[in-house]
Design a protein around this ligand. Structure first.
Ligand code: C2E
Ligand code: MG
Ligand code: MG
Length: 504
């Protein structure tokens, strides 16, 4: 680089030393002129600035790269995105897409497995994301568990959607960290100049909005941005705020669904299921707000409330109804609740306040809660078992672990997922699947509850296969605590509970 400042000279360049090593040098000098103004010589200094240059380059690199993963950072990404946006303005055929990637439940993994494991996971994710793109595409870490990809020169929207699909595929392979398998997934939002927007920041925001929508649809999903999403996301955000106040405003209620012994047609307990009566949106399903509560951490106080309320309800039934003496109450626990170190204390409180014992309560956890942190799960479950509390694995058969790993954990009950029960009537493979789950359960000394029993025929098949318990709309839908008395009184008249099934 040369720069003549008036009479002064400032040059940068590289020279080769006699030993062959290249050095970067700076020449600062002043030309010497004769009386006619002609340059006759040069007086100046030659400085070796190799080290300074290296530091400058390093700083420039660091300003644009993420120190943990070594990939480009948000600033770099925005710079490149700006270039792509400019290019798109000049040449309308130059289309690009932005993918916004957010890891699902990263906070839960980070909190439960520790930051070092979290960091390793981010590095591995950066690596895997790099493996799905072509040369010339850009993968960057925006911060936290958020990544972005810029794909240049796309012909259509199918291309970025296919990349999103590949992302889900490469993330599906569990990550081996400190000897344990960690399962991850990501939500991906896609925006493109084929679908609108003007400025670079808008593309990133659109992709973020689409990602938010994808996350709302469930884990491991992608969504392509469309302008209507703003409204839906705005609703989501108010829901998140509203949920903060739902507990104190007493908008959460529990419903109870009976669990019956399929052979004796006897009600043996109830599962407490939470609902949110939103003042504006009506009844909101736990499938919608439990994930929100998990993300925001509200799940812990919601969980404590659920345990307390369910225990008190069981005690109230016991005081009023002789049939309720032997009933147990099942309460669901989400992954974060299960990882909460205060779990046992909170259960203790709920039981003591309602004057119940550990035998009166069952906890339902999903396979992912076990897999996320198997060592802690093992000792926690052993502790709970020692106290006499029963543990059910909920939605069994839908998680990753399935048949091979349950034997590790002191679990008493498998809840066969509804998706198996509803294939019993017309799909022989459905029958075979339930048979093998039952065989596994029995060989490990566990009992099974079939979820989602919707017809008498399903009940009878389950009974013939040797499934002990069932739960589902055919028996009863979840109901208010105050309706349970009427339900129990009418139970002997239920078409299956009272008659057919008992004689089958
Ligand atoms: P889950 O624990 O597997 O509960 C069973 C779900 O299946 C319930 O949905 C229930 O209403 C529904 N169901 C029961 N029988 C039938 C049937 O015959 N057919 C059909 N189609 N569905 C049936 P719900 O109440 O919407 O709860 C959904 C999920 O939300 C629950 O699945 C559970 O994982 C979670 N959840 C509910 N309450 C709580 C809670 O208090 N705490 C936590 N952490 N999670 C909860
Ligand atoms: Mg459950
Ligand atoms: Mg279930």
């Amino acid at each position: 680089m040369a720069c003549v400042d008036g009479q002064a000279l400032n040059l940068e360049g590289s020279i080769r030393r006699p030993d062959g090593v290249r050095r970067v040098v700076q020449l600062l000098g002043r030309p010497q002129r004769n009386e006619d103004g002609k340059i006759i010589g040069l007086v100046g200094t030659l400085t070796d600035i190799t080290e300074r240059k290296q530091i400058e380059d390093r700083l420039a690199y660091e300003a644009l790269h993420d120190p943990l993963t070594g990939i480009p950072n948000r600033a770099y990404f925005m710079e490149q995105l700006n270039t792509a946006v400019q290019g798109g303005r000049i040449d309308p055929n130059s289309a690009f897409a932005v993918l916004f990637i957010d890891l699902d439940r990263f906070k839960v993994i980070n909190d439960s497995l520790g930051h070092l494991v979290g960091d390793q996971l981010l590095i591995e994710c950066a690596h895997r994301l790099g493996s799905v793109v072509r040369e010339g595409d850009l993968v960057a870490r925006l911060g936290g568990d958020e990544f972005a990809i810029l794909i240049n020169n796309i012909a259509n929207l199918e291309e970025p959607v296919a990349v999103a699909q590949r992302i889900h595929e490469v993330l599906q392979v569990p990550v081996l960290l400190e000897g344990r398998e960690v399962f991850i997934s990501a939500s991906v939002g896609v925006s493109s100049n084929l679908t609108g927007s003007v400025e670079a920041v808008d593309f990133l925001r659109d992709a973020d909005t689409a990602m938010y929508q994808a996350k709302h649809n469930g884990r491991g999903q992608s969504a392509l941005f469309d302008p209507q999403m703003y409204e839906q996301v705005a609703t989501q955000l108010t829901l998140e705020n509203d949920l903060q106040r739902a507990l104190e405003r007493q908008e959460l209620v529990l419903e109870y669904q009976p669990i019956v012994d399929l052979h004796r047609a006897q009600v043996v307990g109830f599962e407490a299921l939470v609902r949110w009566h939103h003042p504006r949106w009506g009844v909101i399903s736990p499938n919608t707000f439990i994930p929100l509560a998990e993300e925001t951490g509200l799940i812990l106080s919601i969980g404590e409330w659920t345990q307390k309320t369910a225990c008190q309800q069981l005690q109230r039934w016991r005081q009023r109804l002789p049939q309720a003496a032997a009933l147990r109450m099942s309460v669901n626990l989400s992954v974060k609740q299960f990882a909460n170190p205060n779990l046992i204390a909170s259960i203790d409180d709920a039981l003591t306040a309602a004057d119940l014992s550990y035998h009166d309560l069952r906890l339902e956890i999903t396979e992912s809660a076990l897999i996320e942190n198997p060592k802690t799960a093992e000792s926690l479950l052993a502790d709970l078992q020692e106290r006499g509390l029963q543990i059910c694995i909920d939605d069994f058969g839908t998680g990753y672990s399935s048949l091979s790993m349950v034997h590790r954990f002191p679990v008493q009950i498998l809840k066969i997922d509804r998706s198996f029960t509803n294939r019993l009537e017309d799909d022989p493979r459905g029958v075979a699947m339930v048979q093998s789950i039952l065989a596994l359960a029995h060989s490990l000394g566990m009992t099974a509850i079939a979820e989602g029993v919707e017809t008498l025929v399903q009940w009878q098949i389950l009974q013939a296969l040797g499934c002990t318990y069932g739960q589902g709309y055919y028996i009863a839908k979840p109901m208010a605590g105050s309706d349970v008395e009427t339900f129990l009184q009418g139970w002997s008249n239920h078409p299956s509970g009272g008659n057919d099934a008992k004689t089958t």
